[in-house]
Design a protein. Structure first.
Length: 202
């Protein structure tokens, strides 16, 4: 059965997770190739539209969301899931860039406050996008329920199960060539210009 993405490799260091992601053959590479599916992702997590993205398409992700790489959309959705858990710290950042020589291969870099939480958020975001692009006839994923499940899993792994929820500020994302995703403070996002890619933020 065909899938939208193939996560080829994940590496983690003290601060960041890097995922090598393939958009599988036969699947759209750009959101503009399936606007209805892109809208389904937006309706699951509308806050992604207001993520700060510092690229040539505009200041916010909504300015390029209709014509950007699916991998870039995956990055923003992952950052929003992390932000909503309330466990990702003050700023959640991400970048997406294409890998030279293959228009379907991308590197997504995410700030990684917690290995299990970040991998869980990436996996959940991929699942939600798979529904939006390939299986819209099925019941929509439970975004809030997924966030809470990831939160409880992370707290349990930390030995803090049952801890009161920590309130998180609305997500803001900084975008660059690599789409730096910053959830809380656009200034801090801009202060760390590690963008690489040629994409609007991808």
């Amino acid at each position: 059965m065909a899938s939208l993405f193939n996560i080829m490799k994940i590496t983690i260091d003290a601060k960041k997770l890097r995922a090598r992601v393939l958009v599988n053959p036969g699947m759209p590479v750009m959101t503009s190739e399936d606007i209805e599916a892109t809208a389904r992702v937006y309706y699951l997590a509308p806050a992604i539209a207001k993520h700060v993205c510092l690229g040539d398409a505009g200041r916010e992700f909504q300015d390029c969301m209709g014509d950007t790489e699916l991998a870039h959309l995956l990055e923003h959705l992952t950052v929003e899931i992390l932000n909503e858990t309330g466990l990702a710290g003050d700023i959640s950042c991400g970048r997406t860039r294409g890998v030279a020589g293959d228009e379907r291969l991308f590197e997504i870099e995410l700030s990684c406050p917690d290995d299990a939480l970040t991998i869980g958020a990436l996996s959940s975001a991929a699942f939600m996008m798979e529904w939006a692009f390939l299986h819209p006839e099925a019941a929509a994923p439970d975004f809030a329920g997924t966030v809470e499940a990831l939160r409880q899993m992370a707290l349990a792994l930390r030995g803090e199960a049952g801890a009161d929820a920590v309130e998180e500020e609305p997500a803001v994302e900084a975008e660059d060539d690599d789409a730096d995703v910053v959830t809380d403070d656009a200034e801090e996002a801009a202060a760390e210009p590690e963008r690489d890619s040629e994409d609007n933020e991808a």
